[in-house]
Design a protein around this ligand. Sequence first.
Ligand code: SF4
Length: 254
Amino acid sequence: MPVGEDQVAHVEITREIARRFNSIFGREQDFEAKAERAIKNLGAKNAAIYRDLRKGYQERGQDDALVRAHALLDGNSRLTLADRERLLGYLEGTGRTILNEPEALLTATPKVTGLDGRKMSKSYGNTIGMREDPDEVAKKLKTMQTDPARVRRTDPGNPEKCPVWDLHKLYSDAQTQRWVDQGCRSAGIGCLECKKPVIDRIVEEVTGMRQRAQEYEDNPDLVHGIIAEGCEKARAVAGQTLDDVKQAMGLAYR
Ligand code: SF4
């Protein structure tokens, strides 16, 4: 799932919900490996008994083996709740991954700060709009905050303390980044000079986005068609997942 650094916590909550659901109603990823590790946690003697009981129930259909195995797990204080649920699922041969755990996909620059160095947010008024007027964007960037230590042109700075550096990491090549790093630390370049390459790149990017967006602004039907098609695809996938969830929870009535 492509996200910014700020959204990683949301992905993690989603992962926990999926893991919990799967451990109760199905099987999580690497289920067998985790179940085998949990068996070892039972201790050598109980692990051997558990394996025998599991075999008895799964291969010979011995219902009493299932009851005894449940009692074995209930009475084992070495197990975490999650491992106990794993071993119950492993015992009964149930379980499959019903809800996939999403992974956060981050770029090399997962967080871009706002014009004032704080989190970029509309409520802080420190954003650059993707379809903003290029002249306005250039103006904002020219007055963007820099390292506060550079009060005068002759004061050396530190790019790590400057939000413009975040933009260089995103938009500039290695050679330009070296030029910024050395020039800033030695006061060899001024801040406006330093900002010039990122201003040029961002203005170019915003101009391109405005041009591409124009086609859709001129043709709302095209946008509605794309949304309808996307909804159709999403509905099919979500419907299948919901069916699986209902089935796993015993709520399917068809
Ligand atoms: S020279 Fe560049 S990196 Fe250094 S403080 Fe100025 S704008 Fe920031």
